[in-house]
Write a protein that binds this ligand. Structure first.
Ligand code: AOF
Ligand code: ZN
Length: 342
């Protein structure tokens, strides 16, 4: 790595500290360098709070340290007034010399205008440093803005012989404590968590992220025929839930019902989520719901946690020829596999 890449890597590492806390905003880190030394650092810590550049400027021991400095930021500085004022203006006012950027901001409110502002003020701008790493870190944010739909992750747990539940649909405990923590971390990293009605009926899950620090996802339940019991966890615990139905719409507390019509499609659910600003959804089951997504063109990432024992019978995991990458051992008896989607 050259020097520019080393400073940018630091900015990317800092950005990850906002994981599970910033959505629907991107993960952004920022480093202020002068005479080959880091004088300031910051990252976007939570949705609605100060942006990375602001945090980095605030962290300087002396405000004048910014004058003539090189700024490394993992996303194009914003040019718009959102929850916070434009970062491009702050960098101009701080009289920085040059700005190194990893990725452009696809948000139509920014989209190149941040760079234009900086250049117009005589600041040198360099873009594309460690671009691929940044694109991976903010894959949800970029997918949302470029494909105009949420980023979709599928996740299920199976026995070694490929069953995800008992024959009658009752759940099986596949997870060990380490796997469970990982599942909850994954939940904090998605804005929505989606399941079919059968999963609610059989497991009565909470679908929250209580075992990992970070935001709880919005529960999205596909319940076309109003089958889930009124006393289900997701309807009673006071946290946000969306129920997707065909026709009738009820309203009850923090839950929202959305009637998408007699023949609604997966596209309609994704469009609703896009319009509501959800940048990512974790699909956790059950078999029918996972199948439906696998048959669509809307899957960005797939994970399977496999327990090292066999069941002999039960409900089979989704059937689709999937290439799995090398597994990662999590706890004593689980291996996690990620699909190689090319
Ligand atoms: C930056 N630095 O650290 C972040 C940026 O509502 P706001 O004010 O928080 O603006 C959110 C938008 O700003 C977000 O959609 C994205 O385009 C950009 N995020 N920009 O310069 C940051 N988090
Ligand atoms: Zn900003």
């Amino acid at each position: 790595m050259n020097k520019q890449e080393i400073w940018m890597q630091r900015a990317l590492d800092l950005s990850l500290l906002g994981s599970g806390l910033v959505a629907p905003n991107p993960l952004v880190g920022c480093v202020i360098v002068k005479n080959d030394q880091i004088l300031g650092e910051g990252w976007h810590q939570a949705y609605g709070q100060a942006h990375a550049e602001v945090m980095a400027i605030w962290s300087l021991a002396n405000p004048e340290d910014s004058i003539g400095s090189s700024v490394y930021v993992s996303l194009e500085p914003c040019s718009h007034t959102g929850k916070t004022p434009p970062c491009a203006d702050l960098l101009i006012k701080s009289q920085v010399k040059e700005v190194f950027i990893c990725n452009l901001d696809p948000n139509p409110l920014v989209a190149g205008q941040g760079i234009e502002k900086l250049k117009a003020a005589g600041i040198q701008v360099f873009q594309g440093i460690l671009e691929n790493k940044g694109a991976k870190i903010n894959r949800q944010f970029f997918t949302f803005h470029t494909k105009k739909r949420p980023y979709i992750t599928l996740k299920w747990a199976a026995s070694q012989d490929g069953f995800i539940a008992q024959e009658d649909g009752k759940p099986i405990r596949f997870s060990n404590p380490q796997s469970q923590a990982l599942v909850h971390q994954m939940r904090t990293q998605h804005q929505g968590i989606l399941v079919g009605a059968e999963t609610i009926i059989q497991d009565n899950p909470s679908l929250n992220a209580r075992l990992w620090p970070g935001n709880n996802p919005i529960r999205i339940v596909l319940d076309p025929h109003h089958r889930i019991p009124k006393n289900s966890q997701v309807l009673r615990d006071g946290q946000a839930t969306w129920i997707i139905t065909k026709n009738t719409v009820a309203q009850d507390g923090p839950c929202q019902w959305f009637a998408l019509g007699e023949n609604y499609l997966l596209e309609d659910i994704l469009r609703l989520a896009y319009e509501k600003g959800l940048i990512s959804i974790l699909v956790e089951g059950g078999a029918k719901t996972l199948e439906a997504f696998l048959q669509s063109n809307f899957v960005d990432e797939i994970w399977k946690q496999e327990k090292d024992s066999t069941l002999g019978k039960g409900i089979a995991e989704p059937q689709k020829s999937i290439n799995w990458k090398n597994g990662i051992q999590i706890g004593e008896d689980n291996i996690w596999y990620q699909a190689d989607l090319g």
